[in-house]
Ligand binder design. Sequence first.
Ligand code: SF4
Length: 455
Amino acid sequence: MSPPPEAPSQPYTYVRRELVEPDWRRFPGWRDVTGAQWRDARWQRVHCVRNARQLRAVTGPLLVERFYRDLADDQRRFATMSPLIPPQLLNVMAPAAPLTPEEFTDAFLADPVRRYMLPVASDRDQLWPSHPHSRRDSLHEAEMWVVEGLTHRYPTKVLAELVATCPQYCGHCTRMDLVGRSTPQVDKHRLTLSPADRQSQILDYLTRTPGVRDVVVSGGDVANVPWPQLESFLMRLLDIDSVRDIRLATKALVGLPQHWLQPRVVEGLERTARTAARRGVNLAIHTHVNHAQSVTPLVAEAARTALAVGVRDVRNQGVLMRGVNATPDDLLDLSFALQDEAGILPYYLYLCDMIPHAEHWRVAVWEAQELQHAIMGYLPGYATPRIVCDVPYVGKRWVHQVTDYDRELGISYWTKNYRTHLEADDPQALEHRYPYYDPIATLDTTGRKWWAGPQ
Ligand code: SF4
């Protein structure tokens, strides 16, 4: 018998990796923090890093002054989000860093999680920090509010923003217009209704609109809605016959998994999941993980606990960002960590939206197409993440669905197959071509010159 043929070498080699919780005691400020404190959601919230002073208190001499200068420069000139980093997330940055301050600072600066959670000025595109077509509410969600906080931009699904805060703030947040505290660059808009009134109006609209079957309950982050209030809202939502899918949006599953492991939250989730199952409604959690490094045993425990109490699925909607995860290896490492070790379905990867000062993170549509091609065939089909572009006024589109593409100027064109109430009276709405723009730094000389001139 001839020996079996040797396995061909592949561009990516799958190796199963055990999850690890990096040792937080490597940080001088957390040297005496116990395991019980670390698992305590309240301790995590109280010890979030909100500014340079608090970062210094945790890292001691590990970060040298050039880092703080870079951070202060960013806060003053570019930041669209104010810092808010739970210890859980800070602890996955530079997890195996060497210990001299210069080496630690370099590792911290190069860290993929730091790059989107705590941006510094030197990260930004120095020539084109913002695309000329970037917008604060780049997806025009507020224009599509049917009541305050309820965006209706697909025929059968809506997004309900219950709260404008999160337990953690991501530098690239799409809802930077509304979410979080104001920064020197961005005076945030505010929700005006009381939470109770907003929730009632949302529920009234859904009761009056039986064509909507799918509700993304979001924010901000639902982990910042006091649990009894969230459970009461979900139970009232479950009373509406036409609602068949409910998705809870929470990055806290990875940023503050301790929240989702609190007994009162787990018990409440179980009651809600039981009611959903009895009524035949699909209750899922959608989270937001961008790098394998942040998938730790606590994250896996939180996800598996949600599944164990009856949540039908936990899915990931990551954001594709240069310097964070925009390589085939990073995307496959992330997907395998989620799928194999944490029970989280690698569902979507969004192109980073066209908000101000995001050019250094954004990738061109053609780059996204190449990445999608590169990650095919390794994961089960249902767990292969789809890379999607959220096209303003259109909605999500798989990156290969582009209708037309001017590569020289980096303008892709997309069409839509449904109307929002904004186009209700526009007979041409489904014939329009809607543009999306590649980062100018990805264009060749002709394209860059064109954007630099008068358009
Ligand atoms: S968790 Fe989501 S809503 Fe909150 S800051 Fe991050 S991206 Fe924005």
